[in-house]
Design a protein around this ligand. Structure first.
Ligand SMILES: *[C@@H]1O[C@H](CO)[C@@H](O)[C@H](O)[C@H]1NC(C)=O
Ligand SMILES: *[C@@H]1O[C@H](CO)[C@@H](O)[C@H](O)[C@H]1NC(C)=O
Ligand SMILES: *[C@@H]1O[C@H](CO)[C@@H](O)[C@H](O)[C@H]1NC(C)=O
Ligand SMILES: *[C@@H]1O[C@H](CO)[C@@H](O)[C@H](O)[C@H]1NC(C)=O
Ligand SMILES: *[C@@H]1O[C@H](CO)[C@@H](O)[C@H](O)[C@H]1NC(C)=O
Ligand SMILES: *[C@@H]1O[C@H](CO)[C@@H](O)[C@H](O)[C@H]1NC(C)=O
Ligand SMILES: *[C@@H]1O[C@H](CO)[C@@H](O)[C@H](O)[C@H]1NC(C)=O
Length: 556
């Protein structure tokens, strides 16, 4: 005998000896039986399927809807879809430890999802869709590490999505929570460890906040399937439930697009004020259909833009499109634009101190940072200027008209005759070559920053080919800045603001504006860095004025 064979036999003997010498205290098969009986006991079963079929006379492996593993008499599937069971799910189901399929779709179930389901660690398919289950989704479902499909759609589940729920579900291919009462934000890290995900359905809930950008790294997501086809993937707009508004409703809301309702008109068409049937006052931007390019990808692009959610962005509430009409329904901003605030008539012009100006520009930079670096698809603004910064009731700044460029272009071409952009704010490379980029947005932002702190438009009559706003500031920087802020009201009525000049706060702001509006795109910094810099300036400024006003040494 070779010496290896006895060794293997010995090991096998040892293993079987171990398993015989310490048998599990309860027979797994009995546990399964007990679990099924407890499950049955909690249900009304009006069609009497369980009552007549799940009987002691037959092995439970032959019961209706039950499948077992062949070797061991253990339940591997429990499938009772579309059978009215009526009642709640017994926690004992969590004892069916060999279960890999649990299908209770459309089974008239009520009550909570038992946390014990989190113990079914062999589960690959779980559907509780189409019932009336309520309360929270148990965080313990996160223990179902082998899950491939998680379907809790069309119930009355509420609360938030447990943040860690999918962390260990590397094999998850489908998650559907559509049609519940879930609220709160989609946890930012939810999709960080779900490389296999193909289908996400979160629509018809009360979820809010941004879509996690990790969604962009899910390479298997069935992005190409359009929503509406029923193989539906995530249409990320599903998250909010996409409802298009009808043309007739918009006609009614705007009194047939009457002159009195016009809020303004821009390069893409007119904007109307209107009240939709829910009572909400909105702004309706009707896209000029002469811009033929607008037609092609309007719906797809709107879907991208509709997902943009940020405190400092105008929300796109709805869209309306048919053959010869395209409109965006937008959040209405009652308190005018930054343009009016800076240059409007005496009545609309507000006295703005250093801190207010800084706050507005910080808000704008945060919105732009979101569009450039956080939104799951890059959104360029292409027409950033003070008239596209609007204020809500609380005077919080919101960036408007972002991403309109997307609506005017088809995916491939980066240039177009109808590209947005405004003289004075357009980056040189964008103006000349039509090359839009994050950097060209940063340029416009930089010019705006200079405008906000000098009080001069880049198109002011004092500027021209020989002297631009930027050159003017550059010329005064850093020692003669008092010359360029003369036109603004920075110093009027605020005893504190001279410290913004003396202590170099204004110099820091102008330095940032100059950097952003550098001639060469490579020299400009990112919006992310703009946010960081402005926050730092703001914090130091606040620290400075609070220490100087509380101290008695301040003599200004
Ligand atoms: C344990 O399970 C087996 C099936 O694997 C079954 O035949 C047996 O009757 C069960 N009960 C006990 C007490 O062993
Ligand atoms: C679960 O039940 C639903 C509804 O009958 C059915 O469409 C689905 O294919 C079932 N899934 C599995 C894995 O049995
Ligand atoms: C099965 O589950 C129920 C409820 O979760 C529990 O009370 C019971 O003791 C468990 N174990 C067995 C062996 O039935
Ligand atoms: C089950 O639910 C459906 C709708 O979800 C309802 O029409 C039906 O009457 C219910 N059946 C029972 C037996 O409660
Ligand atoms: C499941 O997960 C929870 C936390 O989510 C944990 O506390 C628990 O021990 C895990 N195990 C089971 C069997 O629920
Ligand atoms: C979502 O809501 C819309 C409108 O209320 C409805 O038509 C649709 O059937 C719902 N979808 C689901 C899956 O609940
Ligand atoms: C903003 O608008 C609201 C409502 O239209 C108005 O009551 C408020 O005075 C405005 N605030 C400012 C600062 O203009």
């Amino acid at each position: 005998m070779s010496s290896r064979i006895p060794m293997i036999i010995f090991l096998l003997l040892l293993l079987s000896a171990v398993s015989y010498s310490s048998p599990s205290p309860t027979n797994g098969s009995d546990t399964d039986l007990a679990a099924l009986l407890a499950f049955k006991a909690q249900l009304a079963d009006p069609l009497r399927v369980l009552a007549t079929n799940w009987t002691p006379g037959t092995s439970f492996c032959h019961w209706f809807g039950v499948s077992c593993s062949r070797r061991r008499q253990r339940v591997t599937a429990l499938s009772l879809p579309e059978l009215p069971l009526v009642g709640s799910i017994a926690p004992h189901v969590g004892n069916l430890s060999f279960l890999s399929i649990l299908n209770f779709t459309y089974a008239n179930l009520t009550g909570s999802i038992p946390v014990q389901l989190g113990r079914l660690h062999r589960l690959r398919y779980l559907s509780l869709g189409g019932n009336s289950l309520s309360n929270d989704i148990p965080a313990a479902l996160g223990n179902l590490t082998r899950l491939e499909s998680l379907i809790l759609a069309s119930n009355q589940l509420s609360g938030q999505i447990p943040p860690e729920m999918l962390v260990h579900m590397h094999n998850l291919r489908k998650i559907s929570l559509i049609g519940n009462d879930l609220s709160g934000q989609i946890p930012p890290g939810l999709f960080n460890n779900t490389p296999s995900l193909m289908i996400i359905q979160f629509g018809n809930n009360s979820l809010s906040g941004p879509i996690p950008h990790s969604i962009a790294s899910l390479s298997k997501l069935e992005k190409k399937i359009k929503s509406g086809e029923d193989k539906a993937y995530v249409d990320p707009t599903d998250v909010v439930g996409h409802q298009r508004v009808s043309y007739h409703e918009l006609v009614r809301a705007t009194n047939s697009f009457s002159e009195e309702n016009i809020l303004g008109s821009g390069s893409f068409g007119k904007v109307f004020k209107g009240q939709i049937s829910s009572g909400l006052v909105v702004a309706i931007k009707v896209i000029d259909m002469q811009l033929e390019r607008a037609i092609q990808s309007f719906d797809a692009e709107c879907r991208v833009l509709r997902m943009a959610r940020h405190r400092n962005l105008i929300r796109i509430l709805n869209t309306c499109s048919n053959l010869d009409f395209r409109a965006l329904v937008l959040q209405y901003m009652p308190n005018g634009s930054l343009e009016m605030l800076l240059h409007g008539s005496e009545s609309t012009r507000m006295r703005l101190g250093f801190l207010e100006r800084l706050g507005i520009m910080l808000d704008v930079s945060m919105a732009m940072d979101y569009l450039h670096h956080e939104h799951y698809e890059l959104v360029l603004h292409c027409d950033l200027k003070p008239s596209n910064v609007l204020f809500d009731e609380e005077m919080t700044a919101h960036v408007a008209d972002f991403g309109i460029a997307r609506l005017l272009l088809d995916g491939n071409s980066m240039t177009s005759v109808s590209m947005p952009g405004t003289v004075g704010y357009m980056a040189p490379e964008y103006g000349l070559l039509g090359k839009a980029s994050r950097e060209s947005d940063v340029f416009s932002y930089g010019i705006m920053l200079l405008e906000v702190f000098t009080g001069r438009r880049p198109t002011d009559s004092m500027f021209g080919a020989e002297l631009t706003l930027r050159q003017w500031v550059q010329w005064a920087f850093p020692t003669d800045l008092h010359q360029v802020v003369g036109g603004s009201q920075l110093f009027q009525g605020s005893s504190l603001s001279s410290c913004s000049l003396d202590d170099g706060f204004l110099a820091s702001v102008f330095e940032l504006g100059l950097l952003c509006s550098s001639e060469s795109p490579e020299e400009r910094i990112t919006m992310r860095d703009v946010v960081v810099t402005l926050k730092k300036i703001k914090a130091e400024y606040i620290k400075r004025i609070t220490t100087t006003t509380s101290g008695s040494t301040h003599t200004n």
